[in-house]
Design a binder for this molecule. Sequence first.
Ligand SMILES: [Zn+2]
Ligand SMILES: [Zn+2]
Length: 300
Amino acid sequence: MSVSPWNSTVLPPSTYWGQYQDITKSNAHLNVAERLWVAWYAWMQNDVLATGIMSFAIHELVYFGRSIPWVFIDSLGILRRYKIQNSKVPSLREQWDCAKFVLLSHFTVELPQIWLFHPMAQFFGLSTSIPFPSPWAMAYQIAIFFVMEDTWHYFMHRALHWGPLYKAIHKIHHQYSAPFGLAAEYASPIEVMILGFGTVSCPILWCALTGDLHILTMYIWIVLRLFQAIDAHSGYEFPYSLHHFLPFWAGADHHDLHHEKFIGNYASSFRWWDYLLNTEYTPDALKRRREEKAKATKAQ
Ligand SMILES: [Zn+2]
Ligand SMILES: [Zn+2]
């Protein structure tokens, strides 16, 4: 049986935990996460507000929760030997200024838009029912979103490096030639909208085509995409970084060079678009290009 937490007719007990206990009594078949989810919507009694607050809170918690440890790592110098641009360690002052800018943008630009999320999700038929989809269904859909978003990001980011667009929009993001976690969303509001459009509209497009998407899958996708963006800006490369195991994964190694050199490595999550369209900017790619050039000159 599927139960929709939206349009709930359950009267709100005075506390969230009261609501949770009520739901537990009458829905013993639900797991804890599902009960917490239904209790939230039933307690809020306002679906737009419930989704809006949850979306904004998840974004803030994940963004700062994931990037603040990097502030300590930079300040304490504990992992300095893994820092990619070893001589350029951001000061606390720089990171604080960056955090203030990002917070201002979250509250003034993103917060009002997050309020549109619930009506948009309803319009495109995202499911909010319980039980939740299986982990397998969530995993394969999220993998598809990573591939779709990476394609959008590659072409839009490459376009943002075209002179006039770079000067008008993208230059702000490149203020830090040695990036750090908090700088992932340090960008013009127009850039946040252009690139954020890919993150939100890829799942929406998937849902419009297949009619199969749960809002929880969308949340997990956004959380993983945030992890990816913050890690790519962290400025640290480890022997156990993901791209050593998945060679097509981009990671910090890829994006740090983009900030340092201002050219190439435009994709977000994967390396294939840069490889295919010859915009890869890594020592290997540069070597390969030099060799191809030398071969071509020899052949003439
Ligand atoms: Zn760029
Ligand atoms: Zn960047």
